[in-house]
Design a protein around this ligand. Structure first.
Ligand SMILES: [Mn+2]
Length: 331
Protein backbone atom coordinates (compact mmCIF):
# COMPACT_ATOMS: atom_id res chain seq x y z
CA UNK A 1 0.00 0.00 0.00
CA UNK A 2 1.24 3.47 -0.89
CA UNK A 3 3.34 5.10 1.85
CA UNK A 4 2.70 2.26 4.26
CA UNK A 5 4.41 -1.03 4.78
CA UNK A 6 1.52 -3.22 5.92
CA UNK A 7 3.77 -6.30 5.94
CA UNK A 8 5.86 -4.55 8.60
CA UNK A 9 2.67 -4.05 10.62
CA UNK A 10 1.89 -7.77 10.30
CA UNK A 11 5.39 -8.64 11.47
CA UNK A 12 5.06 -6.48 14.58
CA UNK A 13 1.60 -7.88 15.33
CA UNK A 14 2.82 -11.46 14.91
CA UNK A 15 4.98 -10.93 18.00
CA UNK A 16 2.24 -9.14 19.93
CA UNK A 17 -0.50 -10.51 22.16
CA UNK A 18 -1.96 -7.41 23.75
CA UNK A 19 -2.41 -3.98 22.23
CA UNK A 20 -3.46 -0.72 23.81
CA UNK A 21 -5.29 2.04 21.93
CA UNK A 22 -6.16 5.57 22.97
CA UNK A 23 -8.69 8.16 21.91
CA UNK A 24 -7.33 11.70 22.00
CA UNK A 25 -8.52 14.43 24.39
CA UNK A 26 -12.04 15.71 23.64
CA UNK A 27 -12.44 12.71 21.37
CA UNK A 28 -14.11 13.42 18.05
CA UNK A 29 -15.77 10.77 15.92
CA UNK A 30 -12.63 10.07 13.90
CA UNK A 31 -10.56 9.49 17.02
CA UNK A 32 -13.09 7.01 18.45
CA UNK A 33 -13.87 5.27 15.18
CA UNK A 34 -10.23 4.81 14.19
CA UNK A 35 -9.71 3.01 17.50
CA UNK A 36 -12.71 0.75 16.75
CA UNK A 37 -11.39 0.02 13.25
CA UNK A 38 -7.94 -0.81 14.55
CA UNK A 39 -9.47 -3.05 17.21
CA UNK A 40 -11.33 -4.88 14.44
CA UNK A 41 -8.06 -5.42 12.57
CA UNK A 42 -6.29 -6.58 15.73
CA UNK A 43 -9.06 -8.99 16.75
CA UNK A 44 -9.03 -10.65 13.36
CA UNK A 45 -5.24 -10.95 13.56
CA UNK A 46 -5.47 -12.62 16.97
CA UNK A 47 -4.27 -9.68 19.05
CA UNK A 48 -6.38 -8.67 22.06
CA UNK A 49 -6.81 -4.97 22.69
CA UNK A 50 -8.11 -2.37 25.11
CA UNK A 51 -9.26 1.14 24.23
CA UNK A 52 -8.82 4.01 26.69
CA UNK A 53 -10.08 7.56 26.51
CA UNK A 54 -8.82 10.23 28.86
CA UNK A 55 -12.09 12.15 28.37
CA UNK A 56 -15.72 11.10 28.17
CA UNK A 57 -17.06 9.73 24.90
CA UNK A 58 -19.72 12.19 23.61
CA UNK A 59 -23.32 11.13 24.34
CA UNK A 60 -24.35 12.02 20.77
CA UNK A 61 -21.87 9.46 19.54
CA UNK A 62 -23.05 6.70 21.89
CA UNK A 63 -26.75 7.28 21.23
CA UNK A 64 -28.29 4.35 19.37
CA UNK A 65 -24.99 2.45 19.20
CA UNK A 66 -23.89 -0.75 20.90
CA UNK A 67 -21.56 -0.62 23.91
CA UNK A 68 -18.13 -0.24 22.36
CA UNK A 69 -16.36 -1.08 25.63
CA UNK A 70 -14.12 1.95 25.61
CA UNK A 71 -12.69 2.78 29.03
CA UNK A 72 -13.80 6.41 29.37
CA UNK A 73 -12.43 9.15 31.62
CA UNK A 74 -9.44 6.89 32.19
CA UNK A 75 -6.42 7.99 34.17
CA UNK A 76 -3.98 7.09 31.41
CA UNK A 77 -1.06 8.34 33.49
CA UNK A 78 -1.62 5.49 35.95
CA UNK A 79 -1.78 2.83 33.26
CA UNK A 80 1.06 0.32 33.23
CA UNK A 81 2.03 0.18 29.58
CA UNK A 82 4.31 -2.77 30.29
CA UNK A 83 1.18 -4.94 30.33
CA UNK A 84 0.97 -4.40 26.57
CA UNK A 85 3.17 -5.35 23.63
CA UNK A 86 2.16 -2.60 21.27
CA UNK A 87 0.45 0.78 21.45
CA UNK A 88 -1.46 2.60 18.74
CA UNK A 89 -1.36 6.39 18.47
CA UNK A 90 -4.15 7.16 16.00
CA UNK A 91 -5.36 10.49 14.66
CA UNK A 92 -2.69 12.49 16.53
CA UNK A 93 0.73 13.95 15.81
CA UNK A 94 1.60 14.63 19.43
CA UNK A 95 1.50 11.94 22.11
CA UNK A 96 0.46 14.49 24.77
CA UNK A 97 -2.94 14.64 22.99
CA UNK A 98 -3.69 11.22 24.50
CA UNK A 99 -3.68 12.76 27.97
CA UNK A 100 -0.15 11.92 29.12
CA UNK A 101 0.76 14.71 31.49
CA UNK A 102 4.49 14.19 31.64
CA UNK A 103 7.08 13.48 29.03
CA UNK A 104 6.30 10.13 27.45
CA UNK A 105 9.14 7.82 28.47
CA UNK A 106 7.70 4.35 27.98
CA UNK A 107 9.65 2.10 25.63
CA UNK A 108 6.55 0.32 24.36
CA UNK A 109 6.41 -0.22 20.58
CA UNK A 110 4.30 2.62 19.16
CA UNK A 111 2.51 2.54 15.82
CA UNK A 112 1.30 5.94 14.64
CA UNK A 113 -1.30 6.44 11.91
CA UNK A 114 -2.48 9.97 11.25
CA UNK A 115 -3.64 12.50 8.65
CA UNK A 116 -2.73 15.76 10.39
CA UNK A 117 -0.24 18.29 9.10
CA UNK A 118 3.45 17.26 9.51
CA UNK A 119 5.34 18.29 12.62
CA UNK A 120 4.87 14.86 14.08
CA UNK A 121 6.77 14.40 17.32
CA UNK A 122 5.83 10.80 17.99
CA UNK A 123 8.66 8.37 18.46
CA UNK A 124 7.17 5.39 16.68
CA UNK A 125 8.43 2.03 15.47
CA UNK A 126 6.15 2.27 12.47
CA UNK A 127 4.21 5.22 11.15
CA UNK A 128 1.83 6.07 8.34
CA UNK A 129 1.30 9.80 7.95
CA UNK A 130 -0.66 11.11 5.00
CA UNK A 131 -2.37 14.50 4.99
CA UNK A 132 -4.26 13.74 1.79
CA UNK A 133 -6.70 11.49 3.64
CA UNK A 134 -9.95 12.88 4.99
CA UNK A 135 -9.63 11.04 8.27
CA UNK A 136 -7.65 8.38 10.06
CA UNK A 137 -10.74 6.17 9.74
CA UNK A 138 -10.52 6.43 5.95
CA UNK A 139 -6.87 5.34 6.13
CA UNK A 140 -7.82 2.35 8.28
CA UNK A 141 -10.62 1.43 5.89
CA UNK A 142 -8.01 1.03 3.13
CA UNK A 143 -5.63 -0.74 5.48
CA UNK A 144 -8.41 -3.21 6.36
CA UNK A 145 -9.06 -3.86 2.66
CA UNK A 146 -5.33 -4.32 2.09
CA UNK A 147 -5.13 -6.88 4.90
CA UNK A 148 -8.35 -8.64 3.84
CA UNK A 149 -10.00 -7.78 7.13
CA UNK A 150 -13.77 -8.15 7.21
CA UNK A 151 -15.62 -4.98 8.27
CA UNK A 152 -19.13 -5.43 9.71
CA UNK A 153 -21.94 -3.18 8.49
CA UNK A 154 -22.00 -1.22 11.78
CA UNK A 155 -18.36 -0.27 11.31
CA UNK A 156 -18.95 0.67 7.67
CA UNK A 157 -21.58 3.13 8.91
CA UNK A 158 -19.16 4.53 11.48
CA UNK A 159 -16.46 5.13 8.85
CA UNK A 160 -18.98 7.25 6.94
CA UNK A 161 -19.66 9.21 10.15
CA UNK A 162 -15.93 9.78 10.69
CA UNK A 163 -15.55 11.10 7.15
CA UNK A 164 -18.57 13.41 7.40
CA UNK A 165 -17.41 14.91 10.69
CA UNK A 166 -13.69 15.19 9.89
CA UNK A 167 -14.36 16.84 6.52
CA UNK A 168 -17.10 18.96 8.13
CA UNK A 169 -19.55 17.67 5.51
CA UNK A 170 -16.94 17.88 2.70
CA UNK A 171 -15.88 21.41 3.50
CA UNK A 172 -12.35 20.00 3.76
CA UNK A 173 -10.43 17.37 1.81
CA UNK A 174 -13.15 17.05 -0.83
CA UNK A 175 -10.87 14.85 -2.94
CA UNK A 176 -11.93 12.45 -5.64
CA UNK A 177 -10.81 9.65 -3.42
CA UNK A 178 -12.97 10.62 -0.46
CA UNK A 179 -16.09 10.71 -2.66
CA UNK A 180 -15.11 7.32 -4.07
CA UNK A 181 -14.62 6.03 -0.54
CA UNK A 182 -18.08 7.28 0.44
CA UNK A 183 -19.50 5.66 -2.71
CA UNK A 184 -17.91 2.36 -1.75
CA UNK A 185 -19.17 2.62 1.83
CA UNK A 186 -22.73 3.27 0.63
CA UNK A 187 -22.50 0.32 -1.78
CA UNK A 188 -21.39 -1.78 1.16
CA UNK A 189 -24.46 -0.80 3.16
CA UNK A 190 -23.75 2.56 4.76
CA UNK A 191 -26.84 4.75 5.15
CA UNK A 192 -26.04 8.36 4.21
CA UNK A 193 -29.27 9.78 5.51
CA UNK A 194 -28.84 8.18 8.94
CA UNK A 195 -25.26 9.48 9.12
CA UNK A 196 -26.33 12.96 8.08
CA UNK A 197 -29.07 12.89 10.73
CA UNK A 198 -26.63 11.84 13.45
CA UNK A 199 -24.14 14.55 12.51
CA UNK A 200 -26.27 17.50 11.42
CA UNK A 201 -29.54 17.29 13.31
CA UNK A 202 -28.63 17.08 17.00
CA UNK A 203 -28.65 20.74 18.03
CA UNK A 204 -30.05 21.77 21.39
CA UNK A 205 -31.48 25.22 22.05
CA UNK A 206 -28.64 26.18 24.35
CA UNK A 207 -26.30 25.38 21.46
CA UNK A 208 -28.05 28.19 19.64
CA UNK A 209 -27.83 30.38 22.75
CA UNK A 210 -24.06 29.92 22.72
CA UNK A 211 -23.85 30.60 19.00
CA UNK A 212 -25.96 33.74 19.41
CA UNK A 213 -23.52 35.03 22.00
CA UNK A 214 -20.49 34.19 19.88
CA UNK A 215 -22.04 35.84 16.81
CA UNK A 216 -22.91 38.95 18.80
CA UNK A 217 -19.27 39.20 19.91
CA UNK A 218 -17.86 38.73 16.41
CA UNK A 219 -15.63 41.49 15.07
CA UNK A 220 -14.04 42.01 11.70
CA UNK A 221 -10.48 43.21 11.30
CA UNK A 222 -10.59 44.74 7.84
CA UNK A 223 -6.94 45.77 7.83
CA UNK A 224 -5.70 42.21 8.48
CA UNK A 225 -8.51 40.33 6.78
CA UNK A 226 -10.00 38.16 9.49
CA UNK A 227 -12.90 37.90 11.92
CA UNK A 228 -12.66 36.91 15.54
CA UNK A 229 -14.99 36.23 18.41
CA UNK A 230 -14.47 35.31 22.01
CA UNK A 231 -16.14 34.48 25.31
CA UNK A 232 -14.72 34.54 28.83
CA UNK A 233 -15.08 31.73 31.31
CA UNK A 234 -17.70 33.55 33.36
CA UNK A 235 -20.07 33.70 30.36
CA UNK A 236 -19.03 30.32 28.96
CA UNK A 237 -19.71 28.40 32.19
CA UNK A 238 -23.35 27.77 31.35
CA UNK A 239 -22.35 26.31 27.99
CA UNK A 240 -19.51 24.19 29.36
CA UNK A 241 -21.35 20.94 28.55
CA UNK A 242 -21.37 21.70 24.81
CA UNK A 243 -18.91 19.58 22.88
CA UNK A 244 -16.37 20.91 20.41
CA UNK A 245 -17.78 24.35 21.18
CA UNK A 246 -14.89 26.35 19.76
CA UNK A 247 -14.47 24.21 16.67
CA UNK A 248 -18.12 24.37 15.65
CA UNK A 249 -18.27 28.17 15.78
CA UNK A 250 -15.13 28.27 13.64
CA UNK A 251 -16.51 25.78 11.10
CA UNK A 252 -20.04 27.09 10.91
CA UNK A 253 -19.47 30.83 11.11
CA UNK A 254 -16.01 32.30 11.53
CA UNK A 255 -14.67 30.93 8.27
CA UNK A 256 -17.61 32.07 6.17
CA UNK A 257 -17.39 35.86 6.41
CA UNK A 258 -17.14 37.75 3.14
CA UNK A 259 -14.03 39.89 2.70
CA UNK A 260 -11.82 37.83 5.04
CA UNK A 261 -9.10 35.20 4.63
CA UNK A 262 -9.74 33.36 7.87
CA UNK A 263 -11.64 33.31 11.14
CA UNK A 264 -10.60 32.90 14.73
CA UNK A 265 -12.61 31.70 17.73
CA UNK A 266 -11.50 32.01 21.34
CA UNK A 267 -13.23 30.35 24.27
CA UNK A 268 -11.98 30.54 27.84
CA UNK A 269 -12.98 26.97 28.63
CA UNK A 270 -11.47 27.07 32.12
CA UNK A 271 -10.16 30.10 34.02
CA UNK A 272 -6.91 31.20 32.34
CA UNK A 273 -7.21 28.52 29.66
CA UNK A 274 -8.12 29.93 26.27
CA UNK A 275 -9.07 27.49 23.54
CA UNK A 276 -8.44 28.82 20.05
CA UNK A 277 -9.81 27.49 16.75
CA UNK A 278 -8.69 28.98 13.45
CA UNK A 279 -10.05 28.23 9.99
CA UNK A 280 -9.12 29.54 6.56
CA UNK A 281 -11.99 30.98 4.58
CA UNK A 282 -9.86 30.95 1.46
CA UNK A 283 -8.68 27.37 1.02
CA UNK A 284 -4.89 26.96 0.92
CA UNK A 285 -4.56 30.38 2.53
CA UNK A 286 -2.88 28.34 5.27
CA UNK A 287 -3.16 29.10 8.95
CA UNK A 288 -0.96 26.26 10.21
CA UNK A 289 2.04 28.56 10.77
CA UNK A 290 -0.08 30.78 13.00
CA UNK A 291 -1.38 27.75 14.89
CA UNK A 292 2.18 26.55 15.47
CA UNK A 293 3.17 30.04 16.57
CA UNK A 294 0.42 29.75 19.21
CA UNK A 295 1.73 26.37 20.32
CA UNK A 296 -0.99 24.36 18.58
CA UNK A 297 -1.37 22.44 15.34
CA UNK A 298 -3.78 20.74 12.98
CA UNK A 299 -4.19 20.94 9.23
CA UNK A 300 -3.03 23.47 6.64
CA UNK A 301 -6.34 25.35 6.76
CA UNK A 302 -7.57 24.72 10.25
CA UNK A 303 -6.71 23.61 13.71
CA UNK A 304 -6.52 24.56 17.34
CA UNK A 305 -4.29 25.80 20.10
CA UNK A 306 -4.62 26.37 23.83
CA UNK A 307 -3.18 29.40 25.60
CA UNK A 308 -2.70 28.77 29.31
CA UNK A 309 -1.56 30.84 32.25
CA UNK A 310 -2.88 34.19 31.06
CA UNK A 311 -5.87 36.25 32.15
CA UNK A 312 -8.63 36.28 29.54
CA UNK A 313 -8.00 39.81 28.19
CA UNK A 314 -4.24 39.26 28.05
CA UNK A 315 -4.64 35.91 26.29
CA UNK A 316 -7.02 37.41 23.71
CA UNK A 317 -4.64 40.31 23.03
CA UNK A 318 -1.73 37.89 22.79
CA UNK A 319 -3.56 35.83 20.15
CA UNK A 320 -4.68 38.91 18.20
CA UNK A 321 -1.17 40.38 18.20
CA UNK A 322 0.33 37.10 17.00
CA UNK A 323 -2.37 36.93 14.34
CA UNK A 324 -1.67 40.41 13.01
CA UNK A 325 2.09 39.75 13.03
CA UNK A 326 1.44 36.55 11.09
CA UNK A 327 -0.56 38.39 8.41
CA UNK A 328 1.95 41.24 8.23
CA UNK A 329 4.85 38.82 7.70
CA UNK A 330 3.06 37.32 4.69
CA UNK A 331 2.33 40.64 3.00
MN1 LIG B 1 -9.06 12.97 12.28
Amino acid sequence: MKNFDSSRLCEILKDSKRAVLFCHESPDYDSIISCLLMRNILTQMGVSSEIYSVDKIPENFKEGEQDFKIKESADVNKLNLENFDVMFALDINDIARLGFRNEFKSRIVVINIDHHQELNNINSRLSWLDTTFSSTSEMLFYLSLDLNIKIEKELIQLILLAILTDTDMFNYVASGRVFKTVGTLIEQGANYEAANFKVMRQNTLDQFGFWAEMLKNMKKDDRFGFVYTMINNESFKKYNHLLQATRKVADNFARTVKGTNFGLVMVEAKPNELKVSIRSRIMKFGVIELLKELGGGGHLDGGGATITGMEFDDAVNYVLNKTREFVKKRE
